[in-house]
Design a binder for this molecule. Structure first.
Ligand code: CP
Length: 302
């Protein structure tokens, strides 16, 4: 029953498919109001909180002429009465043409895609993957750097639980990146992703020091410490404010440096960075609309 049009992990898309999505997104940025989804229904099932992902997917559907059903809080769905994910997906797939789902369990999107007769778009499954975020990150990187090849990318913060950085490593493997992983011991990049880099000849270095460590970077990708993933909240308290980027830390950085963050931010980027032309995180979130229009049009066959 597996539907090959589902987007569960960024590894579902080849390099050519990724580039095709980026081109398609550029077309939607030029004209975001094409009514190609008229008569289509997209369900957004958010078992975890979201602002950008849910609202940009819903805006994408509405601007393309389709309709949205769904929930933004699992407590208002029958999962709060004990209904299984299996039954929820079977039911919703009889109402809608595609499902966008965020779920706290790693592998939930894969499981849903195996039982669903309609495409599943993974909007984040636990600490695992967030492929639509990755595509908008690639779109933002390409737009600001003029290409995706041979870039120095510094990933900062919660590299253990941050699903956006995991997806980004896999996607960038097509484009000869060099990574710097900047994290304290408690939040280091998992071995699985370092092994992935080794196997794909992607150079990386690790450091716990933020100051001056990204002066060679083209992209500085900041992340939030993911409080909701910690078993031990005392450990969260120890690391939650480990890094804060301030405007004066950007003085010796490259002119083409752009700062990305999937948002929401908590304390990782001081607001004094917002007016620096190298800050790109709000435009990055806006790019999510065009990328999600491109994803929806691909999975629905337009
Ligand atoms: N970047 C991202 O996933 O943001 P939301 O949690 O607000 O959807």
């Amino acid at each position: 029953m597996r539907d090959t049009k589902s987007l569960v992990t960024i590894a579902d898309y080849s390099k050519d498919e990724i580039l095709e999505i980026l081109e398609s997104a550029a077309g939607f940025e030029a004209n975001p109001n094409r009514k190609i989804l008229q008569g289509k229904v997209v369900a957004t099932l958010f078992f975890e909180p979201s602002t950008r992902t849910r609202l940009s997917f819903e805006t994408a559907v509405v601007r393309l002429g389709g309709s949205v059903i769904g929930f933004s809080d699992a407590a208002t769905s029958s999962s709060s009465k004990g209904e299984s994910l299996n039954d929820t997906i079977r039911m919703v797939s009889s109402y809608a043409d595609a499902i966008v789902m965020r779920h706290p369990l790693e592998g939930a999107a894969r499981y849903a895609s195996e039982i669903s007769p309609i495409p599943i778009i993974n909007a984040g499954d636990g600490a695992n993957q967030h492929p639509s975020q990755t595509l908008l990150d690639l779109y933002s990187i390409r737009k600001t750097q003029g290409g995706l090849e041979n870039l120095n990318i510094s990933l900062v913060g919660d590299l253990k639980y941050g699903r956006t950085v995991h997806s980004l490593i896999i996607a960038m493997s097509h484009f000869k990146p060099r990574f710097k992983f900047i994290a304290p011991d408690e939040l280091k990049m998992p071995e699985e992703y370092k092994d992935f880099c080794r196997k794909n000849d992607i150079p990386f270095v690790e450091t716990a020091e933020l100051t001056d460590s990204f002066n060679d970077a083209d992209i500085l990708y900041m992340t939030r410490v993911q409080r909701e993933r910690f078993q031990d909240l005392m450990e969260y308290e120890r690391v939650k404010n480990i890094y804060t980027l301030h405007d004066n830390m950007l003085e010796n950085t490259k002119p083409n440096l752009r700062i990305l963050h999937p948002l929401p931010r908590v304390n990782e980027i001081n607001p004094d960075v917002d007016s620096n032309p190298k800050a790109y995180y709000f435009q990055q979130a806006q790019n999510g609309l065009y990328i999600r229009q491109a994803i929806l049009s691909k999975v629905l066959g337009y």
